[in-house]
Design a binder for this molecule. Structure first.
Ligand code: ADP
Ligand code: MG
Length: 362
């Protein structure tokens, strides 16, 4: 992927509210027709970043380039970037159709005739699956339908870039899956570039051509979903993916890690007094308790399992009281049945581990 002419390019964007920066030097480039997911916990600066990109906030430092121009000081309406707000922000007491035509008619007064605005709005409402509801008041439609109105209202203006702030957060699981597919087909049909903010690792990995992980106003990592998933570069990325057991320990010598499961060989990492060792839930092997098992081995008590549909996650309590998780994919066959309160030995192939030395802390 070439960085020659990204649609959006952020350079060292800083935004402070009081002492703590909401954005602490964010640099990011988004290519035309790319779908980028921005994953981060609550309070990590996701909404602030979208507001800076759209022009609702002016950064304290750094630049925002859109479409080849520096737009850092430009007001929102001059940028023409689409923004779908987290709470939809529809106009109450207006019909579905009026919500969609309003911006078209008022944004560029006279440029689009009411008849043309209505024609475009009807086409867009059809695209988002709302044909037949044009005359409804927005107080008389469901949450999923409101989400579609918000999307239609943004897309009808033909923005090159659309910012989505937790667009699926308010929807139930069924609707979420449907909207994900609809966003994909809209993107294909219209060739729009999307920046999709979410707190859900599943959604971020499912939707993004690339996933950017945001923590405390900094981008920790950006890459293809499988790269971020298989090779998190920092412990916090692994933490937010919610699929890694992380163990504290030390690196006594190059190529070794000493943790609660013994001392094992690892991929190279610089020697350090403090380090973290990450192993994915689905790499864990559960065996009957075996105190003589060689490292890496953890002796733990089975507490509970959660059936997640395509996999089962099980919780084991280690001798130090911490919970270690295992995951069994249903595609590998029926899950093993563990006895509550029974002790087991958890093992794994150390080649699959990731070690985060001190330099990667944070
Ligand atoms: P997210 O969308 O990831 O949950 P936000 O961008 O909303 O995070 O907020 C990032 C940080 O900035 C939080 O600590 C939040 O409290 C703070 N913040 C956001 N907006 C304001 C504001 N208008 N005034 C003061 N603090 C704010
Ligand atoms: Mg937010």
């Amino acid at each position: 992927m070439s960085d020659a002419s990204p649609v959006l390019r952020l350079e060292g964007v800083v935004k402070r509210y009081g002492d703590v920066p909401a954005l602490d030097g964010v640099s990011l480039a988004v290519q035309g027709n790319e779908y980028v997911s921005l994953l981060g916990p609550s309070g990590s600066g996701k909404t602030t970043l979208l507001r800076v990109i759209a022009g609702f906030e002016v950064p304290d430092a750094g630049r925002v380039h859109f479409n080849g121009h520096d737009v850092t000081g430009q007001p929102p309406h001059e940028r023409g970037i689409g923004f779908v707000f987290q709470n939809f922000a529809l106009f109450p007491n207006m019909s579905v159709l009026q919500n969609v035509t309003y911006g078209l008619i008022n944004a560029d007064k006279g440029a689009v005739s009411p008849a043309e605005a209505e024609r475009r709005a009807l086409a867009m409402l059809e695209m988002v699956g709302l044909s037949g509801l044009e005359g409804r008041s927005t107080d008389q439609i469901s949450g999923g339908q409101k989400q579609r109105v918000a999307l239609a209202r943004t897309l009808v203006k033909g923005p090159k870039l659309v910012l989505l702030d937790e667009p699926l957060g308010a929807l139930d699981a069924n609707l979420r899956a449907r909207m994900r597919n609809e966003l994909r087909s809209i993107r294909q049909e219209l060739g729009v570039t999307f920046l999709h903010v979410t707190g859900s690792e599943t959604e971020a990995l499912a939707m993004g051509d690339r996933v950017a992980v945001l923590d405390r106003g900094r981008v920790l990592q950006i890459g293809a979903p499988d790269t971020v998933y298989h090779a998190p570069e920092t412990p916090n990325v692994a933490r937010f993916l919610n699929r890694y057991n992380l163990f504290a320990g030390t690196i006594p010598a190059q190529g070794q890690f000493a943790g609660p499961f013994g001392t094992v060989s690892t991929p190279p990492a610089r020697p350090a007094d403090e380090a973290l060792y990450g192993i994915r839930f689905d790499r864990m092997i559960v065996e009957p308790e075996n105190p003589a098992a060689p490292a890496p081995a953890l002796h733990a008590t089975f507490r509970a399992s959660e059936y997640l549909g395509s996999s089962v996650v099980s919780f084991f309590e280690g001798e130090d009281g911490r919970i270690v998780e295992t995951e069994h994919h249903m595609s590998m066959g029926a899950p093993p049945e563990f006895l509550t309160g029974q002790r087991y030995t958890l093992r794994w192939d150390p080649d699959h581990a990731i070690v985060f030395g001190q330099s990667a802390a944070g």
